[in-house]
Design a protein around this ligand. Structure first.
Ligand SMILES: Nc1ncnc2c1ncn2[C@@H]1O[C@H](COP(=O)(O)OP(=O)(O)OP(=O)(O)O)[C@@H](O)[C@H]1O
Length: 853
């Protein structure tokens, strides 16, 4: 029998509120170490135990698979029984659940393939070969980023689902289209597709949406600060029927903004749902007051947050320490010595310590000192377990047996070597293309043909076919064992000399056996493969006993350790110079949150270390992090000699850098802008989260996302202004270098020296190699005046400027200035009425002509 009394005894008042406020829209702002996980788990158990709702009616979305697994274990402990806890899952995991049930709506099979980054690269390798492109021209990273960007909008689904054709000449576009075609042929979905396909199906099939909405009576979202727009849209959509949406998170711990997390969803939840209830959990159970004050003190400097000060009733504990070393050797040695001291004198275990850092390369120095000092350690998230070659190989065999997909075929057909080289694969690919079948099918059907009837190929087909026959009658772990032995993989890894490889495959088998022994989690090969495809670097557990743990701050999220060292607390590393360069002020706030996450992982003691010297990564001298200077000295004790000169130099450096930060360009919706390569365009969307304008370019007819900080973007007015000045100058010096030619092209600024000029139709000019000009002041003044009028008034007929959407980026907020329409201005326009349908360019042309010609 479920006991509310027991619950009350285990939770504080806010936690209890968070658990029992089951109805409506509820937001919980849960500070670091405030027992969010405890509250969320108890809430789930409460809905089942106290309200009698079935687990199949509750969706609980977590940030990682690991968090979902842990939560399932905890919930099981609380409620017992054999409930199916499959809806405690990640966004991606839940999308797979929906798609498995409903993807047939769009004529996809239910056993579709999920591609991870490695699979994406395999496809790209194939495409590069087909198109004769090398990675010197375009790196995989660039293309994958491009693909992901293209998939932020749903247009691409037309290519996949409606087989719409695109004949682009752009190299990267061509790759993208081929990528989509290959995905379609293999019924393969990458991570972006999982959410996009789900949203698409729910939007297109109202009955399906209603089915899921009715099914999910309660929706709980963990780590909401890390949800992206689309992810939140999914749960929001699903909550519209029963209207029970519970979101919990901590805006101060948002560290994934760079990849689409939108903390504003949580911050503005009360405005989006005015009837919602907010509960703030700000009692910290993890850290000492000293550690907590340091965290509070640092995070206060952020602007985008819900103000809250964490408090704790824990005992005072030891002081926070900052150690400043003269070089990185000294930094590593100090950390090692301190750890040894605590192990020998205070009976600490090595596993009580965690070394956190912003960038992976910082571990090198610490590792060296640990090796020297004989300190056992393990590095978390080096090469990720599921990305290791041997693991990918074994999984590819399983996948090929189950799905016959091309990616797996290409990965293992010649691993271990069967003498089937490039030429052989090319032959198979040609047959597959001609017969419109998978590569595996093409080989299987034609393996007796001349050129394909190699011994290795025949044995390969026999192996896969024999395993396919037995796959449903033996366990997945046994299937792996047979594959390892019969394919020759075991021998291949043994010869490879890297014994870790065999150990890792054994570890994989062990994990499957554990899962198989858990009768509640009985799974088929298909289910196993789909689950495994969703694993990410955040899902790795390393419980190798008594060792110091080294990891990035990102990996440490959600964990806690008695003693934490934050190493490499150096300007340029934390905050990361690269992030600041890419994302300006927003990045500084995110870097500060990272520092906050690092501090709040510590239970008993927290140390910050940095060192002097030269940083080859940033290319400058090393100074302590600017965040260190945001903390008053009374919050920590300093060890090591930090001279006043270094402090002064460091402060001067930050100030210079702050002044030099690129200023974001401030445009509003429907503004006309100019780009040095793509010419004129219109802002059709402003994405504050990604700090991008989505611009519809007139010349190419394409829409491109352009960064707020891109210096080349200017207002159309300025570009025209510049062009017209050039034109005037050209008229005065018609024989000057470059001269002026008539042209009917639109304005095209091709860089500093070569400029083709001005609008639509007739009187266009092209100026090349112009230098800075002198011009007639009077003309310029008149011209500017006209242009300024134009900017305000020459607006398309029914163009309504929604000034609510104006972004004043320099102030990091939106200003509200009301609405105005083109018609408000039209009477002032000489000769131009709003009936002059839509052509802004012809308006400008005629204005120019009336003045200059
Ligand atoms: N009411 C409580 N009484 C005593 N201890 C508690 C209580 N609630 C939580 N704790 C303990 O506080 C610690 C932090 O809890 P938990 O890990 O759930 O925090 P969290 O909010 O998820 O932290 P973070 O967001 O920083 O990762 C845990 O060790 C947990 O057992």
């Amino acid at each position: 029998m479920y006991s509310t009394e027991k619950l009350k005894a285990e939770l504080n008042n806010e936690q209890f509120q968070a658990v029992t406020s089951t109805e409506g829209y509820v937001r919980v702002i849960a500070g670091a170490g405030s027992g969010k996980t405890r509250a969320l788990t108890s809430r789930y158990a409460y809905i089942i135990g106290a309200l009698g709702i079935s687990s199949s009616n509750i969706l609980c979305v977590t940030f990682t698979n690991k968090a979902a697994r842990e939560m399932r274990i905890r919930v099981k402990k609380l409620i017992g029984g054999n409930s199916d806890l499959g809806y405690i899952t990640t966004y991606h995991g839940f999308c797979v659940r929906i798609l498995r049930e409903d993807i047939n709506k769009i004529s996809y099979p239910k056993n579709f393939i999920i591609m991870d980054v490695e699979d994406q690269k395999t496809v790209l390798r194939d495409i590069y070969r087909e198109l004769g492109i090398t990675s010197k021209e375009l790196t995989f990273k660039q293309v994958l980023r491009f693909i992901s960007r293209q998939k932020t909008q749903l247009h691409y689904l037309e290519y996949i689902l409606d087989s719409k054709k695109n004949k682009s000449k752009d190299k990267i576009d061509k790759i993208f289209i081929r990528y989509l075609e290959k995905q379609q042929r293999n019924f393969a979905l990458d991570f972006d597709d999982l959410i996009n396909f789900t949203l698409y199906i729910l939007a297109k099939y109202p009955d399906t949406l209603l089915k899921w909405q009715k099914r999910l009576h309660y929706i709980l979202v963990d780590e909401t600060q890390d949800s992206s727009d689309k992810q939140f849209k999914l749960v929001e959509l699903l909550s519209r029927f029963h209207k029970n949406l519970f979101v919990v998170g901590d805006p101060d711990q948002t560290i994934y903004e760079w990849r689409g997390a939108k903390p504003e969803i949580l911050v503005n939840f009360d405005k989006t749902y005015p009837d919602s209830k907010t509960i703030v959990m700000n009692q910290n159970y993890r850290s000492t007051p000293n550690i907590l004050s340091l965290g509070n003190h640092i995070i206060k400097n952020n602007k985008i947050r819900v103000a809250k000060d964490m408090f704790t009733q824990n005992p005072e504990g030891v002081e926070v320490i900052h150690f400043h070393a003269q070089n990185d050797n000294e930094e590593g040695l100090w950390v090692a010595t301190e750890i040894k001291k605590l192990v020998y004198e205070d009976n600490c275990k090595y596993s009580d310590f965690a070394i956190l850092y912003r960038a992976n390369y910082i571990s090198r120095n610490i590792e060296q000192s640990f090796i020297r000092e004989n300190i056992p350690y393990s590095v978390f998230g080096g090469i990720r377990f599921f990305e290791r070659k041997e693991i990918k190989d074994v999984l590819a065999y399983l996948r090929l047996i189950e799905f016959e997909d091309d990616f797996s075929f290409l990965r293992v057909v010649n691993v271990p070597s069967r003498g089937l080289g490039k030429r052989f694969i090319q032959n198979v690919a040609e047959i597959a293309e001609k017969d419109n079948v998978s590569l595996y099918q093409a080989l299987k059907t034609n393996v007796s043909r001349k050129g394909l009837n190699r011994k290795g190929a025949i044995e390969f087909i026999e192996l896969i076919e024999s395993k396919r026959k037995i796959k449903d009658s033996i366990s997945v772990s046994d299937l792996i064992k047979e594959i390892m032995d019969e394919s020759g993989l075991s021998g291949y890894y043994r010869l490879d000399g890297d014994t870790d490889r065999l150990e890792n495959v054994k570890e994989l088998q062990n994990s499957i056996i554990t899962q198989e022994n858990n009768t509640e989690e009985n799974f088929t090969l298909t289910e196993y493969l789909q689950e495994i495809a969703l694993y990410t670097d955040m899902d790795i557990d390393d419980n190798r006993n008594d060792r110091v743990k080294l990891m990035t701050i990102h990996t440490s999220k959600g964990l806690e350790f008695p003693h934490v060292f934050l190493c490499g607390f150096t300007e340029g590393i934390l905050p990361s110079a690269m992030s600041i360069k890419e994302r300006g002020k927003k990045a500084i706030e995110e870097e500060r949150r990272l520092t906050y996450v690092a501090i709040t992982r510590a239970e008993k003691a927290f140390y910050m270390t940095d060192s002097e010297g030269f940083n080859f990564s940033t290319g400058s001298n090393k100074y302590p992090s600017r965040f260190l200077f945001e903390i008053s000295d009374n919050f920590f004790v300093r060890k090591g000699k930090l001279s006043q000169d270094i402090i002064d130099e460091a402060k001067k450096k930050f100030q210079l850098e702050l002044n030099g930060l690129p200023k974001p360009k401030s445009f509003k919706l429907k503004d006309l802008v100019h780009h040095p390569i793509w010419g004129y365009g219109k802002v059709i969307e402003i994405n504050l989260d990604r700090e991008e304008y989505l611009i519809d370019f007139e010349k190419t007819g394409k829409t491109k996302p352009i960064n707020f900080y891109f210096r080349g973007l200017s207002s159309a007015k300025d570009a025209l202004n510049h062009s017209q000045i050039t034109k005037e100058k050209g008229k005065e010096n018609s024989t000057s270098v470059g001269g002026i030619e008539s042209s009917d092209k639109r304005v095209k600024d091709l860089g500093e020296k070569s400029i083709e000029v001005v609008p639509d139709t007739q009187d266009l000019v092209k100026v090349k190699d112009q230098k800075e000009e002198e011009y007639n002041e009077e003309q310029l003044e008149r011209y500017k005046e006209i242009l300024s009028n134009l900017n305000q008034k020459a607006i398309e007929d029914d163009w309504i400027q929604d000034k609510n959407s104006h972004t004043d980026l320099s102030k990091e907020g939106n200003s509200t200035k009301g609405l105005s329409t083109a018609k408000d201005y039209e009477n002032d326009l000489p000769g131009i009425k709003s009936k002059t349908k839509g052509n802004f360019w012809s308006i400008i042309t005629s204005m120019f002509r009336s003045i200059f010609c």
